[in-house]
Ligand binder design. Structure first.
Ligand SMILES: Cc1cc2nc3c(=O)[nH]c(=O)nc-3n(C[C@H](O)[C@H](O)[C@H](O)COP(=O)(O)OP(=O)(O)OC[C@H]3O[C@@H](n4cnc5c(N)ncnc54)[C@H](O)[C@@H]3O)c2cc1C
Length: 481
């Protein structure tokens, strides 16, 4: 069997390309080395849908950011993922830096960002009472938004699957060979696959695949960003995404609400060698605390429930590498997709899938269904709606995750739907069981039991995130012997 397209990587970029490609009649395979969708950078970022004022005018980053941001709200309704247009503020902390704020405003206008304006300290204080005493002005972008990056990625992938895209997890691409008569052989840990086109959406590893086929060579550096995530009790401390204007106090970090009513603080930016280096460090988290205090007063960092780090796929040219490689028809790059990659994903998905369709001469898929219904969030229903749901499906009355009020019914849906969860992290990202204050301390064994029962596996086979992350490594009796 020859696929029309093989997509390497089931992050937000690969999943978006897959979803938009299914608007055409095509045999599509997504190959992912991890055990689930959204296991790379797409799971660990600031979750901001940037308005688009930051990127250099004329760059692909600016173009796809603004387009993606314009598409995101409608997409959130189509695919039923959490999105909130809370607006963003870039805070200027000294009079001397005001010309830089003006330059950022002008850059945004040139990029086509709507409704931008500079606001003075008084208006800023009215919008954000906890803003620093040093804040003199801010760039206000009402089109800035926040999104659930897991739901965004999973919903794109799920919708692609429902429309016929095939997904293979725990399958690592090792090499791509361009065939003499056209097309490609994709060599993986699970065998070779033939395809007419390849999409390289491998995140921090995308330079490897680009360099196997295309010129000029590219080079990606993993650029680590560390974060603190604060409990729901901190929610409301700020109500917009608060960025700091890069200036005499450095580049700064953001303080932002999340769509799930937490507060996110970070990230740092440090180049590292290890493309798997997602550990947090004492120094990084101290930096986050110190820098966040420059723009926002009394950030309640004592309410931290977890810390995490993500890796930006920073290409040396600091630009997205998108499109068909010259002289290699059918090889499409989505490389160097660092920030604003999440914001740009819908636009990248649409444009790259159109390029593939044109190259392969694909026809329209008249059966394409772009709509998806997400998992019901029982806690968000009215009492009467919830009672009615529990009458029909009693599992919605069994609360499994107490911190986030997640019922067994929601977990069952997460496991049973297309591309359903098979691991603890898979359940967590789909329904938030384990995302709350106790960080899965109480609900893990219950979720494991449900997974084992539904997947017909032994409890010891249930992992955190795939084969290399067992949870049960022996029994108490074994250790006594
Ligand atoms: C600290 C930080 C903050 C950010 N904040 C924002 C923000 O607020 N807004 C925004 O718009 N963007 C933000 N970004 C950028 C955004 O997160 C990324 O651009 C986006 O998630 C990249 O998605 P991706 O699908 O290209 O890569 P990934 O999500 O990394 O997906 C690549 C996938 O390829 C798979 N893969 C790799 N090699 C192989 C192989 N050999 N075989 C099979 N599969 C393979 C990986 O397992 C992975 O799942 C941020 C990034 C970071 C790190």
């Amino acid at each position: 069997m020859v696929y029309d397209a093989i997509i390497i990587g089931a992050g937000v970029t690969g999943s978006a390309v897959a979803r938009y490609l299914m608007r055409y009649r095509a045999k599509v395979l997504v190959v992912e080395r991890a055990s689930d969708v959204c296991e790379g950078t797409s799971k660990a970022n600031s979750a901001i849908v940037h308005a688009g004022f930051d990127a250099e005018t004329g760059s692909l980053m600016a173009k796809y950011n603004v387009q993606g941001s314009e598409m995101m709200e409608a997409l959130s309704k189509e695919l039923d993922f959490a999105y909130d247009r809370c607006g963003s503020l870039v805070v200027c902390l000294s009079e001397e830096d005001l010309p830089k704020l003006q330059a950022l405003y002008e850059n945004g206008v040139k990029n086509g960002v709507r409704d931008l304006r500079i606001i003075g300290r008084e208006e800023l204080l009215e919008m954000e009472p906890n803003i620093s005493d040093n804040a003199v002005a801010a760039l206000y972008a009402p089109t800035g938004a926040i999104v659930c990056p897991f739901e965004l990625t999973i919903s794109l992938a799920e919708n692609a699957a429902v429309n016929g895209a095939e997904f293979r997890f725990n399958t690592e691409v090792r090499e791509i060979k361009e065939n003499a008569g056209g097309g490609f052989t994709v060599k993986t840990s699970e065998g070779d696959f033939e395809t007419r086109a390849v999409v390289n959406a491998a995140g921090v590893y995308a330079d490897i695949f680009h360099n196997q086929i295309a010129e000029p060579k590219i080079h990606i550096t993993p650029r680590k960003g560390e974060y603190l995530l604060l409990d729901h009790t901190a929610y409301g401390h700020v109500t917009h995404t608060i960025f700091q204007l890069p200036g005499q106090y450095g580049k700064g970090v953001l303080v932002s609400p999340t769509v799930h009513k937490n507060i996110l603080v970070g990230p740092t930016a440090n180049d590292i060698d290890n493309p798997e280096g997602v550990n947090t460090t004492a120094a990084g988290l101290a930096e986050v605390m110190e820098k966040s205090a420059l723009a926002v007063k009394n950030v309640p960092t004592r309410q931290t429930i977890t810390s995490f780090a993500g890796l930006r796929a920073h290409e040396d040219g600091h630009e997205f590498v998108i499109g068909e490689a010259e002289g290699h028809p059918g090889f499409f790059d989505c490389a160097g997709i660092e920030s604003p990659g999440l914001s740009s994903a819908p636009a990248i998905g649409e444009v790259v899938s159109d390029m593939i369709a044109q190259r392969l001469g694909l026809s329209e898929n008249k059966d394409f269904t772009g709509k998806r219904k997400g998992i019901v969030k029982a806690a968000e229903l009215s009492v009467s709606e919830r009672n009615e749901l529990i009458r029909r499906e009693p599992a919605y009355g069994q609360i499994i995750c107490r911190c986030e009020s997640v019922s067994e019914g929601e977990i069952l849906d997460a496991i049973r739907r297309p591309l359903g969860a098979t691991t603890l992290d898979g359940v967590k990202r789909r329904v938030r069981a384990g995302m709350g204050r106790c960080q899965a301390g109480f609900c893990s064994p219950r979720v494991m039991e449900i997974l084992a029962r539904e997947l017909h596996r032994d409890l010891s086979e249930i992992t955190k995130k795939g084969p290399d992350s067992p949870i049960i490594v022996g029994t108490a009796k074994d250790t006594i012997e």
